[in-house]
Design a protein around this ligand. Structure first.
Ligand SMILES: Nc1ncnc2c1ncn2[C@@H]1O[C@H](COP(=O)(O)OP(=O)(O)OP(=O)(O)O)[C@@H](O)[C@H]1O
Ligand SMILES: [Mg+2]
Length: 279
C-alpha cells in the first residue's frame, strides 16, 4: 500500500494506486474545460488544486494531442490547430518523445505544415533512433525515459502560451517499465484531443481510448476524425463515447500547408468549442 497522493506509473503498482485521488479537483466545478484549455484571463498558468498535502501545482494551458494509434494523424491535426487558432491566441508545439528520428521528425513536420515560427515550437525532448515504442527505443539506445525528466524539461518552457503537446502512438504506449504515455498526460494536466481514423474499426479504438482517459480522470476536449467522412462512425463515437467530434479532416492529396489551412479555418472546431472561455 502506498500513499494516496503518489503519482506512480500506471503499471506495476496495481490499478487503484495509479489514480491520484486529488485528480477530481483538477478541472472541477470552478473551472470549465474551455478554461482549462485556453484560460479565462491573461494568466496562462493555472493553479490546478491541492493534493492531500495541500501542495499547489502551477501548470500550463493547452491540449494534449493523442490518438487511437500511431500514424493516425496527430501531427497533421497539431499543425491544423495552428491554422485554426493562431490568430486568436499564442500557441506553441511540443513533442516530448520522438522515436525513429532518422525518418520521423514531427516537430519539423508541424513547423512546415503549420507554417510555424521559431517561437511557436519548443524543440526539446527525448529524440531516439528506431521507429518503435518509446520504452523499446530508449532501451535499445541505453537510455530511460521518465515522466519526471520530461516534466523538468517543460519547466523551462514558456507559460504565457497555449500548448499543443503531441504524444507518441496512443495513450497506453509504454515510456519505461512502469510508466505509460497516459502518465505523462496526467502529469501535464492538459485535456486530451483524440485523433482517430474515420474508417472501420475506429469506434472500438476511440471508445477504448475514451475509457482509458476517463479511468484516469483526464478531461477529453473532443475527437478529430481523419479520412473519408463517415457519419455513422461519427455518430457512434459521439453517442457511445459522450464526446464531441470537433472535425472531420479529409485525406489531402497532396498534403500542403495551404490545403490544411483552408480546411482548418472552415472545418476544425467550427463551433469554437475549444476556445469558448478564453476571451
Ligand atoms: N489528412 C491527411 N491527408 C494526407 N495525409 C495525411 C493526413 N493525415 C495524415 N497524413 C499522413 O499520414 C501519415 C501519418 O500521419 P501523422 O504523422 O500525422 O500521424 P501521427 O499520429 O502523428 O503518427 P505518430 O504516432 O508517428 O506521431 C503521415 O505521412 C501524414 O503525412
Ligand atoms: Mg506524429
Amino acid at each position: 500500500m502506498h500513499g494516496e497522493g503518489d503519482f506512480e506509473g500506471s503499471l506495476g503498482r496495481g490499478v487503484s494506486g495509479s489514480i491520484p485521488p486529488a485528480f477530481g479537483v483538477v478541472y472541477g466545478a470552478s473551472e470549465s474545460l474551455s478554461e482549462a484549455i485556453f484560460g479565462g484571463g491573461s494568466e496562462a498558468g493555472v493553479r490546478v488544486g491541492g493534493t492531500d498535502t495541500n501542495e499547489v501545482v502551477v501548470t500550463r494551458r493547452g491540449l494534449f494531442v493523442t490518438g487511437t494509434d500511431t500514424n493516425v494523424g496527430k501531427t497533421v491535426v497539431s499543425a491544423a490547430l495552428f491554422h485554426r487558432y493562431r490568430s486568436e491566441v499564442s500557441l506553441c508545439y511540443w513533442k516530448p518523445v520522438q522515436t525513429g528520428i532518422e525518418q520521423d521528425d514531427d516537430t519539423a513536420t508541424v513547423r512546415a505544415l503549420g507554417e510555424c515560427t521559431d517561437g511557436e515550437i519548443f524543440d526539446q525532448g527525448v529524440r531516439l533512433p528506431r521507429p518503435v515504442s518509446p520504452h523499446l527505443a530508449a532501451r535499445w539506445a541505453g537510455r530511460r525515459i521518465t515522466v519526471a525528466a520530461l516534466l523538468a524539461l517543460w519547466e523551462s518552457a514558456p507559460v504565457s502560451v497555449r500548448w499543443i503537446v503531441e504524444g507518441a502512438g496512443g495513450v497506453l504506449v509504454p515510456l519505461n517499465e512502469g510508466e505509460l504515455m497516459v502518465d505523462l498526460m496526467r502529469a501535464l494536466h492538459l485535456p486530451a484531443l483524440i485523433v482517430a481514423r474515420s474508417t472501420l474499426g475506429t469506434i472500438n479504438h476511440t471508445l477504448l481510448t475514451v475509457e482509458a482517459l476517463r479511468y484516469r480522470a483526464i478531461p477529453i476536449a473532443g475527437v478529430v476524425m481523419v479520412g473519408p467522412p463517415n457519419p455513422e462512425n461519427r455518430r457512434a463515437i459521439e453517442e457511445y463515447g459522450g464526446v464531441p467530434v470537433l472535425g472531420e479532416m479529409p485525406w489531402f492529396e497532396p498534403l500542403t500547408p495551404e490545403g490544411l489551412r483552408t480546411w482548418a479555418q472552415a472545418g476544425l472546431d467550427p463551433d469554437g468549442r475549444l476556445r469558448e472561455g478564453w476571451a
